[in-house]
Design a protein around this ligand. Structure first.
Ligand code: MSP
Length: 516
């Protein structure tokens, strides 16, 4: 059955230009959305920019620019970056848009009506860089310094609107424990559960502000909605229309481990609060949250002060040498998809490219197509009458690849897809069509072997399509299994057919030799 699937990436602060971390979060969401397409479902992918942050005002001021112009410039940079990386987003939200402002205000009003948002006073330790309050216990544990930028935490007292987070502790805990609300990888669920068990206090969700940058609290224009609460509502703003409401609940919300708390606790609690209101019954919790790890660079943590971020221009250099697809492949296959961090090291990139793309995917394709050209003048030989054990093995690998994709384990999905190509190579080595062909009476047998190999190549190309959409579509097209502009599909795709003349392609993934 065709289902609707809503994938979200975080929305990014526009205080600076994008870097690898932003591309990575968004790429994972794109791979998820494309995996759903491949399974024959409908997908909707959202990303955008988070603009009402104090950091944005500060960085605009530092450049002597009006905040709107600075935000606009960076929002454009994010949008272009995601286009460049072939991220197929269906909408791009900027939190400074009027549609978002009215959506946030309406939701806050609803929460005021239920008493889930109330006026109170707050004193506590504040991490200005992260724009978040830190509990007394945590502040002590961090030695009163931000765990993120090591700057001192500051004591703040404010009259604030609060969200009654404490009210949702038990429900949330139950939903996390019974698996109705899932956080991946599983180790992250345990982490969140442990923290929720420690107890949830109500949280301030507004700040007193003379700035006009931000969304004002309904009924009190001297307060703006806390940037995190403003930001979380973006996921609803975009789909709260008659045409799109069916997309909720989100299939998968991709976030980095640093912002998991907001997505695994505050966000679902706000949804639980909203859902009690007449007309809001559709506001279920998102089905899944994926919290990925962090990229480090050549063994070092990336930071502003070190000035060692892998920026977009760095990534573009890799794209020039290895293609956007080659770069997407490295990020997704060698990146911090699960709980651990991962190193963006130049040698790792080259090794992974040569081993997986040049020697496995590219080589396998060239080898099989090369034999078709030599022995069959480029025309696909007919399919054998019987299914071979090799075809059966490929089918199993393809099924297990799909399973990994549906479990949001994209690194494992890629590893499993690569094993399809490896199996083809092994099968060729084992059956030796290049030796068999020396006896003319073996022509039919060789044809059968190569037909199976081509069909296996198609399965491999489908499996890697979410990660490398351009080159895998090219590969499928050259085999006659996809027409231009058509979407690939696992179940309704066109198998390789005898008699089809294979189209020439560019050399896919040539081996990379480092210049001395
Ligand atoms: N605006 C908030 C998110 C609001 S979502 C409702 C925010 N923005 S951000 O610009 O700081 O970017 C956050 C995303 O970038 C997170 O998913 C974060 O994990 C990711 N990354 C930032 N640095 C990263 C690495 N070094 N490695 C991988 N991803 C990291 O937080």
């Amino acid at each position: 059955m065709k289902t609707s699937n809503y994938f979200t990436a975080p929305i990014y602060y526009v205080n600076d230009s994008p870097h690898i971390g932003h591309v990575f979060s968004t790429l994972l969401a794109d791979i998820g959305a494309r995996t759903a397409l491949l399974e024959g479902h409908e997908k909707f992918l959202l990303t955008g920019t988070d603009e009402h942050s104090a950091k944005v005002i500060e960085s605009a001021q530092a450049r002597g620019m009006p905040v709107e112009a600075w935000a606009q410039r960076n929002a454009d940079a994010f949008r272009q970056t995601f286009k460049y990386f072939n991220i197929d987003f269906d909408d791009f939200i900027r939190t400074s848009e009027p549609r978002h402002e009215s959506s946030v205000r309406a939701r806050i009003e609803q929460l005021m009506a239920t008493g889930d948002v109330y006026l109170g006073e707050y004193s506590g330790w504040y991490d200005a860089g992260q724009e978040e309050y830190v509990s007394e216990a945590k502040a002590k544990q961090y030695d009163f310094k931000s765990p993120f930028n090591k700057k001192p935490l500051v004591q703040r007292t404010e009259k604030n609107y609060f969200f009654r987070l404490s009210r949702y502790q038990d429900v949330l805990l139950a939903l996390l424990e019974n698996g109705e609300f899932k956080i991946h990888p599983a180790s992250r669920t345990a982490e969140v559960v442990a923290r929720v068990r420690d107890g949830l206090s109500d949280i301030p969700i507004s700040r007193h502000s003379s700035e006009s940058w931000g969304i004002t609290v309904p009924g009190n224009a001297s307060h703006v909605v806390y940037v995190w609460v403003d930001a979380l509502f973006n996921y609803l703003t975009v789909i709260d229309t008659d045409e799109r409401r069916h997309l909720w609940p989100a299939t998968l919300q991709v976030v980095g481990k640093d912002i998991l708390w907001f997505h695994a606790v505050i966000w679902p609690a706000m949804l639980l609060a909203l859902k009690q209101i007449e007309g809001n019954q559709w506001l279920e919790l998102p089905r899944n949250i994926l919290a990925h790890g962090f990229w480090i660079r050549e063994g070092e943590k990336m930071s502003k002060s070190m000035g060692n971020f892998v920026g977009i221009s760095d990534l573009q250099r890799y794209c020039n040498d290895f293609g956007v697809d080659g770069t997407r492949f490295f990020l997704a296959s060698a990146g911090p998809v699960g709980a651990s961090d991962a190193d963006f090291a130049h040698t790792r990139f080259i090794e992974s490219y040569n081993a997986n793309l040049a020697n496995t995917v590219g080589n396998c394709f060239n080898r099989v197509v090369g034999m078709i050209n030599l022995y069959f003048e480029g025309v696909v030989p007919p399919k054998a009458a019987n299914t071979t054990s090799f075809a059966e093995e490929i089918l199993q690998l393809s099924l297990s690849t799909r399973e990994k994709g549906r479990a949001f384990q994209y690194d494992k999905m890629i590893a499993s897809a690569l094993s399809i190509f490896r199996s083809i190579d092994q099968y060729v080595n084992l059956t030796e069509p290049y030796i068999l062909i020396k006896q003319p009476e073996n022509l039919e047998q060789v044809g059968n072997i190569l037909h199976d190999c081509l069909e296996a190549l198609r399965q491999g190309a489908l499996a890697l399509w979410p990660v490398m959409p351009t080159s895998m579509a090219e590969l499928l097209q050259s085999l006659g299994c996809l027409t231009e502009g058509e979407l690939p599909s696992y179940d309704f795709g066109r198998p390789v057919t005898g008699g089809y003349r294979i189209k020439e392609t560019r050399v896919m993934f040539p081996r990379y030799q480092e210049a001395q």
